[in-house]
Design a protein around this ligand. Structure first.
Ligand code: APR
Length: 235
C-alpha cells in the first residue's frame, strides 16, 4: 500500500513553530517581498539571512509533536512518503525516513550563483561573507517565491500512485505545491486534517477531519492500522 503524507505549517504548530497565515503568523510579522524572494536577497542579504537564522534557531529549539511521531507507525501497513511544504526537520527527527521538502530544508545551504553546491549546515547561522564551494555567497537551500520547485515532478508521481493520502495542516494557498491534492487517482482514499480548513481548494471525495494535527492523526493512524489487522476469527 502506498501512503502519502502531504504536510504544511499546521503540523508543526503544536511544536511551537508559527504558521504563515493564521493570526499572528509569519507573514503578519514580515513582508514576503522583503525576506523570501531572490530580489530581497539581492537587495538586502543580511536581512534575509537573519530572517532564516532566526527561523533556524526556533526550529532547533522545537521538538517533534505527536503528529510527527505518529506518521512512522503507518510504515506497519504500507510504504510511507512524506511530502512536506515545511522547511523544518521535525519529520526526520520524529523518525520518518522518506521525506521530500518541496520548499527546501532549513538545515541545508547552497550557492547563490547556481542551484548547486548544496551542503548540510545543521543549525549554524549563515552570515554575509560565508561562501559556498563555488565561492559565491552562501544562501539557505529554500525555495523562495518566484523560484522553481525542483521536487514537484517526483511529488506528482508519488501522489498519482497513492492508495491513501493524508493532507495535514496546509491552507493550500501556495502553488504549485497546493495542486498536489488534485493529482490523486480515483483509487486513493484522501483524508484532510485541519481545524480550520478552507475547503475552497479541495477536490471532491475526501474525508475532512476538523481537528488539530496530533489528535486528528492519532485517531486516523489507529483507525487505519486497526482496519489492516486481520479480523478476529469467529468462534
Ligand atoms: N493542526 C492542524 N492544522 C493546523 C493547526 C494545527 N494545530 N494550526 C493551524 N493549522 C492549519 C491552518 O488552519 C491552515 O490551514 O494549518 C494551515 C497553515 O496554513 P499556512 O500558514 O498557509 O501554511 P502552509 O499551507 O504550509 O503555507 C504553504 O506558503 O509561505 C509559504 O513556503 C511557505 O510552505 C509555505 C507555503
Amino acid at each position: 500500500m502506498e501512503i502519502i503524507i502531504f504536510s504544511g505549517a499546521g503540523i508543526s504548530a503544536e511544536s511551537g513553530i508559527a504558521t504563515f497565515r493564521d493570526s499572528g503568523g509569519l507573514w503578519e510579522q514580515h513582508k514576503i517581498e522583503e525576506v523570501a524572494t531572490p530580489e530581497a536577497f539581492h537587495k538586502n542579504p543580511k536581512l534575509v539571512l537573519d530572517f532564516y537564522n532566526q527561523r533556524r534557531q526556533n526550529i532547533q529549539n522545537a521538538v517533534p509533536n505527536e503528529a510527527h511521531r505518529k506518521i512512522p507507525l503507518l510504515e506497519s501497513i504500507g510504504n510511507v512518503n512524506v511530502i512536506t511544504q515545511n522547511i523544518d526537520d521535525l519529520h526526520e527527527r520524529a523518525g520518518s525516513a522518506q521525506v521530500i521538502h518541496l520548499h527546501g530544508c532549513i538545515t541545508q545551504a547552497k550557492s547563490s550563483r547556481i542551484d548547486d553546491f548544496i551542503e548540510e549546515i545543521g543549525y549554524l547561522d549563515i552570515n554575509v561573507g560565508d561562501l559556498a564551494k563555488d565561492k559565491s555567497q552562501l544562501r539557505p537551500h529554500i525555495v523562495w517565491f518566484g523560484e522553481p520547485v525542483p521536487a514537484m515532478d517526483l511529488a506528482i508521481d508519488l501522489v498519482k500512485n497513492a492508495d491513501i493520502m493524508i493532507t495535514i495542516g496546509s491552507s493550500l494557498n501556495v502553488y504549485p505545491a497546493a495542486s498536489l491534492v488534485l493529482e490523486t487517482s480515483t483509487k486513493c482514499q484522501h483524508f484532510v486534517i485541519d481545524p480550520n480548513v478552507q475547503d475552497l481548494n479541495l477536490p471532491e471525495n475526501y474525508t475532512l477531519i476538523k481537528e488539530q494535527a496530533s489528535e486528528g492523526l492519532n485517531n486516523l493512524v489507529q483507525h487505519l492500522t486497526n482496519r489492516q489487522k486481520k479480523p478476529l476469527k469467529s468462534e
